[in-house]
Design a protein around this ligand. Structure first.
Ligand SMILES: [Zn+2]
Length: 237
């Protein structure tokens, strides 16, 4: 089981021969071993519901010194047979923080950690509602990985959207510049009455008898002015 690969598993979750009386019974947790007094890290973060010696009838009878952590989903993680506990009720722990030290308190045949996950927190800290700890943790960690991947994907898409927005803005700016140029050209090509500068230089009636209606685009007035100036120069020479 990958989540416990650093541990020696001396007894898995499920049916087994009881180590004390030999009867077939259901093992409600998993027995893990490092060495006596090994500082045990929380497999998952949570709030400490219980820390101390389990008394019979309260959910931890025979479990010796116990730390019970409730995770975000409301599952209770029980670290049992501890030599001593390292936390107090009400504390919030992160994954990896030390909950206590491997021991053999309570109904135990040797120093080990009995790790049990319960799907309820009441009554008696969910006693009897155990799930397979390895499967539970693996599913939880897989979801965390999926969440991470999802976050990365979202970030990637957001940066793509930002880039597209930038490109759109550039295109809009270019389009606006084109519209301005087109309007300027339109203004050049739109018919207008005799411009003031033309009248000033050549008089109101300069085009009488030459064009039927003295109206034209800017270009027309400029060409007319050139023609008039050439005529004036020729007449002078
Ligand atoms: Zn056990």
């Amino acid at each position: 089981m990958k989540v416990f690969e650093d541990w020696k598993i001396t007894s898995p979750y499920g049916y087994r021969a009881d180590p004390i009386n030999g009867n077939q019974s259901f093992h409600t947790g998993i027995d893990l071993v490092k060495y006596h007094r090994y500082p045990i890290p929380a497999f998952i973060g949570g709030v400490v519901l219980f820390a101390g010696e389990g008394v019979a009838g309260a959910g931890f009878g025979g479990y010796g010194n116990v730390v019970a952590l409730m995770d975000e989903k409301g599952y209770v993680h029980c670290y049992c047979h501890l030599d001593s506990v390292a936390v107090a009720k009400g504390q919030t722990l992160s994954k990896g923080e030390i909950v206590g030290y491997q021991g053999t308190t309570g109904r135990s045949t040797g120093s080990h950690l009995h790790y049990e996950v319960r799907s309820k927190d009441s009554p008696s800290y969910g006693y009897g509602s155990h799930v397979d700890p390895g499967k539970y943790l693996e599913a939880l960690f897989e979801n965390e990985e999926d969440d991470e991947m999802m976050k990365e994907k979202v970030a990637e898409l957001e940066s793509q959207v930002a880039a597209l927005k930038g490109e759109c803005q550039t295109l809009l700016n270019t389009a606006e510049a084109h519209v301005e140029q087109i309007n300027a050209l339109k203004a050049l090509l739109t018919d207008q009455n005799v411009p003031e500068w033309f009248t000033k230089e050549f008089g109101e009636d300069a085009l009488n008898g030459i064009v039927d209606s003295p109206q034209g685009p800017n270009l027309f007035w400029r060409l007319a002015a050139v023609a008039f100036r050439l005529r004036k120069n020729n007449n002078q020479s």
